[in-house]
Design a protein around this ligand. Sequence first.
Ligand code: ZN
Ligand code: ZN
Length: 166
Amino acid sequence: MHFNPYGGAAAELAVLLVNAEPERDLADLLRDAGYKPVGTLDADQVAELREWIVRLDAVFTAPGVDVLNELLAATAGVPYISIHDGRAPHLHYAREDAPTDERVKAYTAAGLATLFCEDPARIGRCARPDCAFVFVDTSRNGRRRFCSTRCSTRVHVAEHRTRRGA
Ligand SMILES: [Zn+2]
Ligand SMILES: [Zn+2]
């Protein structure tokens, strides 16, 4: 299944793209994320994806119906059910032979839209003031505030110091 609860792997891929360093090789990122098939990315496609990342980033800042519908409208794919590689029937939002940038756009838009419809509060940005990372909250209680335990620990230590007046 590509879409487990909370947008699953597709929403997680949107997180990886938004959190990537600007110089990160996007084909490598897709490969590391287990995205298939990665295919090829030429310079134009990479530029397309970099623009797309800016739009994904905006969703994490202010998740909303309009911004997500604009993303879905920008991906021209027709959804269909796929049973490739012996997998259980699952929805695809772009043809498997479509260019990689188009597939990634359709996949991440659908992932974030799915997550939003299940629980909009699960699309988030790290609450540590100096951190620009985003996350999707797949925890049971849905109260995640930070991108990582590192950021969570730093903020809690700082709060603790403030409380002690140190
Ligand atoms: Zn599939
Ligand atoms: Zn953080």
